[in-house]
Write a new protein. Structure first.
Length: 386
């Protein structure tokens, strides 16, 4: 199925709604039946038929088809946040006494899931650097049920050898989940490389306009049905029809947004790499990335996010540099139309007992849809404060 078809046509049964080009937002919580027998027939079929919107909604159903096709999956689920997708997919596949292996640089709230929440339910997790396959092999225990990956991870952009780790997991009958938010389905296809379940924070690129929080889960029909009929329906973290409609609209431009963003990012990265006030640029498709060859092998392209380490001994200079930028907004998140900056210096607030994992002079940058030359000028100007 070609990309244009998925984005413009798949799932859109226009003759069912006045041949409208844009699909309706089916804004209803429930659906009625004209006989009790029909209600009875559909009671256990909430996965497939309109019954109650927590289970099935026609607007969300269009989106589910598109997301599944983009990730080369048999089916998908769309959730109220990336975290709802991650926690539902994980908890549906483990029980007390199980063991998980996860990477150190994983998204913060995913770390909380493994090291705080699941610990309460007697599930243990070994955290590994994740840059070599042997680390995973060494961490495997008789009760290991899940390997959780995020490649590349945000902030440090560590990369895991997806194909080899998936092979290792299969050999030991261990399930694999990968957070593919950074790459989008366009730049990395984890299911084709042997991963069992792919999750995304759709708040980032998939929606792409910084106006909703949402997540997706992609896998084979059996695993999707299992997650749906256990954790997803019970925890209830489902997307609203309104937000599903916005994501359908966001997806229409996913390929052109990604094309523009990667082109601009490469220009900005090249500029930064040759700037004397920059100590280091951490970007998967940069030749100086320690896993550059692996990145090139398993990713078709690299997204618009990277980190820089600026040459300074003074944390106040980090603040000053960020405050001086005019075209980059100071904010968390990424994947929208707007360029953003998020300095690790925010972690140095004197309240935390542990020393932050990231150096104070590391700054995460996200390149949006603005003109690359304007962004470069802005950075060049702000670097003068150092
Ligand atoms: C933002 C993010 C999440 C969490 O997603 P939400 O939609 O904010 O719940 C998970 N993983 C990665 C890599 C993220 O960037």
């Amino acid at each position: 199925m070609d990309l244009s078809y998925i984005i413009n046509q798949l799932g859109e049964e226009r003759s069912n709604y006045y041949n409208a080009i844009s699909p309706p937002i089916v804004k209803t919580s429930n659906f009625c039946f004209n006989t009790v027998q029909k209600l009875r027939n559909n009671l256990d079929r909430e996965f497939n038929v309109p019954f109650y919107t927590r289970g099935y909604n026609p607007t969300v159903a269009i989106l589910r088809k598109k997301i599944a096709a983009l990730e080369n999956a048999e089916d998908s689920l769309v959730t109220s946040s990336g975290c709802a997708a991650i926690s539902s997919a994980v908890i549906a596949n483990i029980k007390a006494g199980d063991h998980i292996i996860c990477i150190n640089s994983v998204y913060g709230w995913t770390n909380t899931l493994f090291n705080i929440i699941l610990k309460k339910f007697k599930v243990t997790t070994t955290m590994v650097e994740g840059t070599t396959v042997s680390e995973f092999e060494k961490a495997i225990l008789p009760n290991t049920k899940l390997i959780y990956l995020e490649s590349p991870s945000s902030f440090t952009f560590d990369i895991q050898d997806i194909e080899q780790i998936a092979l290792l997991a299969k050999k030991h009958n261990i399930l694999t989940i990968l957070d593919n938010s950074y790459s989008t389905p366009l730049f990395q296809s984890p299911l084709k490389m042997g991963i069992d379940i792919v999750v995304h924070s759709a708040s980032k690129y998939l929606n792409g306009h910084s106006d909703i929080v949402a997540g997706v889960i992609c896998s084979n029909r059996k695993l999707i049905k299992k997650i749906f009929s256990t954790e997803l329906m019970t925890f209830g973290g489902v997307i609203t029809p309104d937000d599903a409609w916005l994501m359908i609209r966001g997806l229409r431009t996913l390929p052109i947004r990604m094309e523009r963003i990667t082109e601009s990012t490469q220009k900005v990265v090249s500029f930064l790499e040759s700037h004397p006030k920059i100590e280091k640029v951490i970007y998967p498709f940069s030749k100086t990335h320690p896993q550059y060859l692996l990145a090139k092998k398993q990713m078709q392209n690299s997204g618009g996010m990277f980190s820089i380490i600026i040459k300074t001994e003074d944390i106040n200079k980090v603040d000053l540099f960020c405050n001086t930028l005019k075209r980059f907004l100071i904010a968390c998140s990424w994947g929208g139309f707007e360029s953003l900056i998020y300095p690790a210096a925010v972690l140095y607030n004197g309240k935390k007992k542990e020393k932050p994992r990231l150096p104070f002079n590391l700054i995460r940058m996200y390149i949006g849809l603005e003109d690359a030359d304007i962004l470069i000028n802005d950075i060049e100007n702000a670097l003068r404060v150092l």
